[in-house]
Design a protein around this ligand. Structure first.
Ligand code: TYM
Length: 401
């Protein structure tokens, strides 16, 4: 949504909007836009069409989906429903694939806490891509990033890293083709490539893209060079250019905007990207985020916690049963509906049914939440069993210097 207000003066340091604190630069951006998306912060209600323009992305259109289907024979619902909604150079990547130049996948996790359901969205598509294109995957765990950007010590970040890796393995990635690493444990390999990248990024570019200030520590400023490395690591290892595809949610795009400028200068391909929308939190508006634990579902939550969070979720229903029957609900603003849509109702016919029943007032929020809670609890219980098993196979996946 675009607004038309006058910019605030620089001297105004911050303002509270819908209970959130925004600094004046963000408020001034909001003069045009009601939301902010950066790798470290997502605020407001994201207008994805507008974001495509703002970031210079390409929409994931019918034509490109048909091309993917040509190789895979089917399409994941995350693609069909445009939960993955945009890309960079996916058409080029498919051209290369057609010529026999197979790609590899790269994605990652910043281990600042436990994994929530939102994180699983890009990883589920990554797994589908690995299975359907039979390709390698590099999975970067940026423990350095979370140490540098958050108030966490290295030991804590490392323990989150190993905890999060259990979630990643539980999704079923191929142990023969999946390489997971912590930046601090794979530094010998990463560092010499990262400095090649860093030499091409000026402080002024880093400031413009990431909004660094004089108070930012110098590790933060350097960090994007480390996140760039896995985008050409396979080319370094193979001694020839190998195309790379990065599934991610759109908040991580700025890192790769920078990487895509630099990599050709080092003789490598620009990585292709495929961008997901954000699974919302269970509150009113905003993405699922670890900073709001009451409205996020973590993979370690107990059945009681899940039940309670979903019961208390904001919903698109009417205040009374009578009104719900008469006017119907509004799935467009309902996080409960979004949970079905993103993760818990893969059947296209059934998701349409949920939508139309809700609009027609035939579906009552309490029942809808109960069904969802049962599905989430079942999924998490199975996931937690897989996490236990994953403990025995971690070493099969890890890359260390
Ligand atoms: P991190 O740990 O913040 O997030 C991991 C992945 O989850 C995505 N994500 C979400 N997707 C859907 N809905 C949400 N609510 C949601 N919240 C987060 C993120 O976009 C990300 O894809 N610096 C990165 C780690 C990283 C990385 C990468 C990510 C290193 N290399 C390459 C993607 C691709 C980070 O802190 O991600």
């Amino acid at each position: 949504m675009l607004l038309n207000k006058k910019p605030l003066k620089d001297k105004l340091v911050s303002k509270r909007i819908r209970g959130e604190k925004w600094d004046y630069k963000q408020v001034n951006t909001m003069v045009k836009r009601m939301y902010v998306v950066t790798p470290w912060e997502v605020k407001g209600v994201v207008d994805y069409k507008d974001l495509i323009k703002q970031f210079g992305l390409k929409p994931l259109n019918e034509e490109i989906l048909t091309r993917i289907k040509k190789y895979t024979g089917n399409l994941h619902y995350l693609l069909k429903r445009r939960i993955f909604f945009a890309h960079r150079d996916l058409d080029w990547l498919l051209n290369e694939y057609e010529k026999g130049n197979k790609f590899y996948l790269y994605t990652g996790r910043g281990p600042s806490g436990h994994v929530h359901l939102g994180h699983l969205v890009p990883w589920i598509l990554t797994k589908w891509l690995q299975d359907n294109f039979d390709v390698k995957l590099y999975f970067q765990i940026t423990d350095d990033e979370k140490f540098l950007f958050k108030d966490l010590d290295l030991e804590k970040v490392k323990s989150f890293a190993y905890d999060n890796i259990l979630d990643i393995i539980s999704l079923g990635f191929d142990p023969e083709k999946t390489f997971i690493f912590l930046d601090t444990e794979y530094g010998k390999t990463l560092y010499k490539e990262a400095i090649r990248v860093a030499k091409h990024i000026t402080f002024s570019t880093a400031k413009a893209v990431f909004g660094f200030k004089n108070e930012s520590n110098i590790g933060e400023i350097f960090f994007t060079s480390i996140q760039a490395v896995p985008a050409f690591l396979e080319s370094v290892k193979e001694g020839r250019n190998v195309p790379c595809l990065i599934p991610l949610a759109v908040d991580q795009d700025p890192h790769f905007r920078v990487a895509r400028d630099v990599l050709p200068k080092l003789g490598y391909y620009k990585p292709a990207l495929i961008h997901s929308k954000f699974l919302p939190g269970l509150g009113k508006g905003g993405k699922m985020s670890s900073s709001n634990p009451e409205t996020a579902i973590f993979t370690l939550d107990t059945p009681d916690q899940i039940e309670k969070k979903i019961r208390n979720a904001y919903d698109g229903g009417q205040p009374t049963l009578k009104e719900q029957r008469e006017k119907g609900g509004d799935p467009a603003i309902c996080p409960v509906y979004q949970y079905y849509f993103f993760l818990f109702e893969p059947d296209d016919r059934k998701i349409k049914e949920i939508y139309t029943e809700c609009k027609a007032g035939e579906r009552i929020c309490g029942d809808c939440k109960q069904v969802l809670a049962a599905r989430v609890k079942k999924f998490i219980a199975e996931h937690q069993k897989k996490r236990e098993k994953a403990k025995n196979v971690i070493d099969k996946f890890m890359l260390r210097d």
